[in-house]
Design a binder for this molecule. Structure first.
Ligand code: ACM
Length: 628
């Protein structure tokens, strides 16, 4: 009897809970209105598409739903299915090429878009509305319900990219496909494939076979990039790999099915040591002992962005053979990639060898240019001519502005936003990828916890990025990217760790309305996505749970200042050689640290439970940090 009396209350509570199930989408849609009720996915659910162009997405959706549910849903051309994918016969202007509407209610779900790309993004949103078990690759039990909701969504920017460097470490085509699939879920539509650099040439060029038979392989080395031992004479080159034309076509097709276009990068005239290991005659010194570099100390960096190359890694701009070489390379690259853009690098080109070279001197005289920097302008213009002849557009890092470049060139701003601002003011199209917000190779947690690299970038900072600088006409800002350089990223698993959650943050920067950005709200959604990534077997960093530890020196005293990246964390610390816990000193305001050879240990707690890593800093490290 008692049980029966309680039943209505239990039901009411259950209903209230269902009603309040928060919807946690990344990136946040333009408009979202949660309604009451939900749609239950069952084996009787039908999936339909009104136009044959919607079938690819419908099939993909069925596949995604069937694996974890064990259902055997089979899409049909139809008009009134329980999950219905429709393409507008008259385009809805607001949605553009990639937008969609999603209407979910107890009777079913309707996805509508102007083009299949919009249906694809609607599908990604739909999958995020299902519980995390939807990520399982084998049948599991779960509450397969979709909350009632009305969504209208479209991107802020047309260019939403992620760059992966496959030169410093080779990533197999399977790895690359998985990575592309992951970014497509976040509504990124551009995969910038950094295919060549000093440490490996990764794309087969049939007319230049040594680029891969020699250039794709280096000696095996462990340890930090920049500190590794030189190749020994005659040492076998066993580490590396490359993509055949068939591999590339397979990856391009795979990406196309996910509305991802691939921008290939052939990085010239600098960063070309792997090409020169294959064809040393293309350099100024023509050193026949040039090797694909395994990450030795091959450059000296002076801290202000200037540097000296200890080993030549530049093509010789005064040699016509170089342009014949590039014509062969770009003929094959242009045929493999449908994207109108080819990225030609142009970054960090050391001109010291050009300065010493009689051919370069003679060319400068002939061109009547006084600065060796202007030779890069000459080189880039020649490269642009080669690309134009193949119907392609030139895209390069912001250094391409320095030697002068045609207004049709598109500029990727990486040394902050300065290059992008200048370029836009000159009327160039710009893709924003500043180190300060978008470099996914930088450490995201404390450098004593995360393996250290050149610089540091927290997720919160990435989230705060505004790609359109003040005073710049937004029409020149095509969008932006996150860039993952892989000097110290040897595996896909670690590439994921470096990419997420910062690429979640950037997906929102490039897709969602600026006005909707809200870090506290994003954190809640990010935490839901940690659980979804766990279910999907995708790695990510939890550095957002670690304390941010700063020190400063005031009147010879060492001061400690700490904060948390996410709200609701308590920070505890010790300086007495004990392991800190929630009975240790709780940080609330800057404190003066005791004199002597102390060690600072810091932990974070949330709701009485430890979360995040232990950070340990010696007095020496604390003092060093104060000097930063
Ligand atoms: C770059 O990071 N060198 C473009």
């Amino acid at each position: 009897m008692k049980k029966l009396l309680f039943l209505p209350l239990v039901l009411a509570l259950a209903a209230a809970t269902a009603q309040n199930t928060p919807i946690h989408l990344i990136p946040q849609p333009v408009e979202i209105q949660q309604l009451t009720g939900s749609f239950a996915l069952t084996k009787a659910t039908t999936i339909g598409f009104d136009n044959p162009a919607g079938q690819t997405v419908a099939d993909m959706l069925a596949q995604k739903l069937n694996a974890p549910t064990g259902f055997a849903l089979k899409p049909q051309r139809a008009l009134k299915s329980s999950i219905q994918l429709n393409l507008n016969s008259t385009p809805n202007e607001k949605l553009g090429k990639e937008g969609y509407t999603l209407d979910a209610g107890p009777k079913g779900v309707v996805l509508t878009a102007n083009q299949p790309a919009g249906l694809f993004y609607g599908m990604q949103t739909l999958l995020q509305l299902l519980p995390k078990e939807i990520e399982s690759k084998t049948p599991v039990q779960a509450n397969w319900s979709i909350p009632a909701v009305k969504i209208t969504d479209y991107p802020r920017f047309g260019w939403r990219g992620i760059m992966l460097d496959v030169s410093r470490h080779f990533f197999s085509k399977e790895d690359v496909k998985k990575y592309i699939d992951e970014i497509a879920r976040l509504k990124y539509n551009t995969f910038h494939w950094h295919l060549t650099d000093d440490n490996g040439w990764r794309i087969e060029i049939k007319s230049l076979p040594k680029l891969t038979s020699v250039g794709a392989w280096r000696v095996a080395r462990a340890g930090r990039f920049g500190e590794r031992a030189d190749p020994k004479p005659g040492e076998p080159t066993t580490y590396g790999g490359f993509y055949t034309h068939d591999d590339i076509r397979e990856v391009v097709r795979y990406a196309q099915e996910r509305n991802v276009t691939i921008v290939p990068e052939i990085d010239v005239p600098g960063h070309s040591m792997a090409a020169l290991a294959a064809y040393p005659e293309l350099s100024c010194t023509k050193n026949p002992d040039t090797k694909v570099n395994p990450g030795t100390h091959f450059a000296d960096w002076y801290g202000n962005g200037t540097f000296k190359m200890n080993i030549e890694n530049t093509l010789n701009p005064s040699d016509e053979k170089v342009y014949e070489f590039l014509d062969k390379v770009f003929t094959e690259v242009a045929a493999l990639f449908p994207n109108p853009y080819i990225h030609v690098g142009g970054d960090e080109c050391y001109k010291g060898y050009w300065k010493e070279d009689p051919g370069c001197q003679a060319l400068m005289k002939k061109l009547n240019i006084r600065h060796v920097e202007d030779l890069q302008g000459y080189f880039m213009n020649r490269v642009e001519g080669i690309l134009k002849a193949k119907g392609k557009k030139l895209l390069g890092w912001d250094e391409i502005l320095e030697g002068g470049i045609s207004p049709e060139a598109t500029v990727m701003s990486w040394r902050g936003t300065k290059g992008g601002i200048e370029a836009a003011q000159m009327g160039h199209d710009v893709v924003m990828t500043p180190t300060t917000f978008a470099y996914l190779d930088y450490t995201q947690g404390d450098p004593t916890v995360d393996p250290p690299i050149y610089a540091h970038l927290r997720c919160k900072k990435s989230y705060s990025f505004e790609p359109v600088p003040d005073g710049v006409d937004p029409k020149y800002i095509l969008g932006g990217q996150g860039n993952l350089w892989t000097e110290q990223v040897p595996t896909l698993r670690y590439a994921e760790y470096m990419t997420y959650p910062r690429a979640w943050a950037l997906s929102e920067v490039y897709w969602s309305p600026k006005e909707k950005k809200n870090w506290e709200d994003f954190v809640q959604r990010m935490e839901t996505h940690f659980a979804r990534a766990d279910a999907a077997g995708i790695n990510y960093s939890r550095a957002i749970y670690d304390a941010i530890v700063r020190t400063s020196m005031k009147d010879g005293k060492l001061w400690l200042e700490m904060e948390a990246e996410v709200p609701g964390l308590d920070i505890y610390y010790s300086t007495d050689e004990t392991m800190p816990d929630d009975h240790s000193a709780k940080y609330s305001a800057p404190v003066e640290l005791p004199e002597g050879p102390i060690t600072l240990r810091v932990v974070t707690y949330r709701n009485g439970k430890p979360i995040g890593h232990l950070i340990t800093l010696s007095r020496e490290q604390l003092e060093q940090r104060a000097g930063r």
